[in-house]
Design a protein. Structure first.
Length: 266
């Protein structure tokens, strides 16, 4: 296992999202969603490849075909067979209800991820301390990057739908300031701290459209506020930087040791 489950997420690439290389004995393989040609590709390090059409069909049918192709390539894989971070976690092999795929919507989602990934990567580069990659957690479907203070955190209480508490204990074993993009019912950028320092919810952050969501216990910035801004990159970067500074200052992080000199101009 890599720190805090970093081997689990997906990564944005030039055609969609990918697992990156996965070890399989002396070989590696990679699974990638191609939102240009609308195929799921499986490639192995010895040159073998398989692909599946991304098209309307049930989750159960897609799951069976994916696992059969992995077996055919000699990289038979056991995975957790149901969704996580959702209330109704129907096992993939039994899910005949969800059967939609809209190529244009998939392409537009990917393009939004490309832009968010680009700015989050710039933001990550400002930090010298321990930081996660920019990665897409498929459970809640959020593109995230996380900075660490270097100190251990109180034990996380758990309670996330269909996620074992032991998973959350590892994910939040150390103090974090985390931010990202969530393309949910109301697409938004978010930022939070764990543990949340006193006064964080009342901190002044930028831009003006950002606010603290008491139910989520996060600062949020509507996607449309960034999309329609005169300078979208600058609006998003102001949100990422100001929420991080609130978490770091109120949490008494050693910013001089953790931040790159002159980083705000990057």
């Amino acid at each position: 296992m890599v720190n805090h489950w970093w081997q689990v997420p997906l990564y944005v690439n030039a055609r969609g999202v990918t697992t990156s290389a996965i070890p399989a004995g002396t070989r590696t393989f990679e699974i990638a969603f191609d939102f240009v040609d609308h195929r799921l590709r499986i490639d192995t390090s010895d040159g073998a490849t398989r692909s599946l059409a991304l098209a309307p069909r049930s989750v159960a049918e897609f799951y069976r075909e994916l696992m059969a192709n992995l077996d055919a390539l000699g990289v038979g894989t056991r995975i957790w067979p149901r969704p996580v971070e959702v209330q109704q976690a129907v096992p993939f092999a039994e899910d005949h209800a969800h059967a939609s795929y809209d190529p244009e919507h998939a392409r537009r989602l990917w393009q939004a991820l490309v832009q968010a990934d680009r700015v989050l990567t710039r933001f990550r580069a400002r930090f010298l301390g321990k930081a996660s990659p920019v990665h897409l957690f498929w459970g809640g479907l959020d593109l995230a990057v996380t900075r660490f203070s270097g100190r251990r955190a109180p034990r996380h209480p758990g309670g996330v739908p269909n996620v074992g508490d032991w998973v959350m204990h590892e994910a939040y074993s150390h103090e974090v300031s985390s931010c990202g993009f969530w393309p949910g019912d109301e697409s938004m950028f978010y930022a939070y701290a764990y543990p949340e320092p006193a006064g964080f919810a009342a901190a002044r952050v930028e831009p003006g459209a950002a606010y603290y969501h008491p139910d989520l216990r996060e600062f949020v910035l509507p996607y449309d506020a960034v999309r329609t801004a005169e300078r979208p990159d600058e609006a998003l970067m102001a949100f990422l930087q100001s929420t991080y500074e609130a978490a770091a200052d109120l949490g008494h992080w050693d910013r001089a040791a953790l931040e790159r000199a002159g980083a705000l101009s990057a």
